[in-house]
Design a protein around this ligand. Structure first.
Ligand SMILES: [Fe+2]
Ligand SMILES: [Fe+2]
Length: 260
């Protein structure tokens, strides 16, 4: 189990040829107009505890560019590379492209089906979408609107596949907003499981050498789960981490070993 500010490796003890990279992860900051000064201490702590940070969407509360500008001022305390995906809240006002540009202009790498490499670790990122899990996942059948809904989930999974296919790094990490597995949403009301993730996102993860997956969105889920192929999945939603680890700063630090 990872511990905040006390990184724990996802791999066996390191040899002399391997070095650990500390990855901080959190999502669901829901930055509002009243968040001025709220996140700077958090980003300072992250800079002291990790070599990079992954931001798992819902970075703003209503997707207003003003909220993104406030978040960027908070991010001025960050001293390590940051990689983000947007969440559904960042789409709420229809200004998601502007929100994305504001974050990118501040130096954050915003992924939407693209990939990047930081400290030798490949990161594939996509928002993802809803649709449910396993045999209860919604199928593309019936009314055109339902088919469209499922098409969106399939499209996000294809974007994730394309993102992973671009990576040449030996170690790969997947950054999502919606969950790819049911385990990390358990704790939410059962009735909303179909709206907090999609196991269609799990399929591409199983085809690539992914070390860890992080996601947000399910504020009341569980912080840790696994894919069918035993890849660790972490729900890094800020409200969930605050509740799960009271007294600790609300981010996880995950350690991935890369060849030195
Ligand atoms: Fe959220
Ligand atoms: Fe969300």
């Amino acid at each position: 189990m990872p511990r905040n500010a006390q990184p724990q490796s996802d791999t066996p003890p390191l040899t002399g040829q391997r070095k650990p990279v500390r990855i901080a992860a959190l999502g669901d900051l829901h930055c509002t107009r009243t968040s001025v000064g709220k996140f700077q201490p958090l980003f300072t702590q992250i800079s002291e505890s990790a070599d990079m940070v992954l931001l798992a969407g819902d970075l703003t509360d209503t997707g207003q560019p003003e909220e993104a500008r406030i978040l960027v001022r908070e991010l001025s305390a960050l001293r390590v590379p940051g990689v983000a995906v947007l969440g559904n809240h960042d789409f709420e006002s229809g200004h998601q492209d502007e929100v994305s540009h504001i974050l990118a202009d501040s130096g954050i790498t915003v992924l939407d089906g693209e990939a990047c490499e930081v400290h030798g670790i490949g990161i594939a990122g996509v928002k993802g979408f809803a649709g449910g899990f396993g045999s209860h996942a919604l199928g593309p059948w019936g009314e055109p609107t339902l088919k469209q809904f499922v098409h969106e989930a399939v499209n996000e999974a294809l974007k994730l596949e394309a993102s992973l296919a671009r990576l040449r790094s030996a170690k790969q990490v997947v950054l999502l907003h919606y969950s790819p597995v049911q385990q990390t949403v358990e704790g939410e009301p059962v009735e909303i499981y179909p709206f907090v993730g999609s196991s269609r996102l799990e399929e591409p993860i199983s085809r690539y050498p992914v070390s860890i997956v992080v996601h947000g969105h399910a504020h009341r889920g569980r912080h840790e789960g696994r894919t069918k192929n035993d890849v660790p999945v972490y729900n890094v939603s800020l409200p969930l981490l605050s509740r799960t680890f009271p007294g600790r700063p609300p981010f996880l630090v995950l350690e991935v070993a890369v060849d030195a």
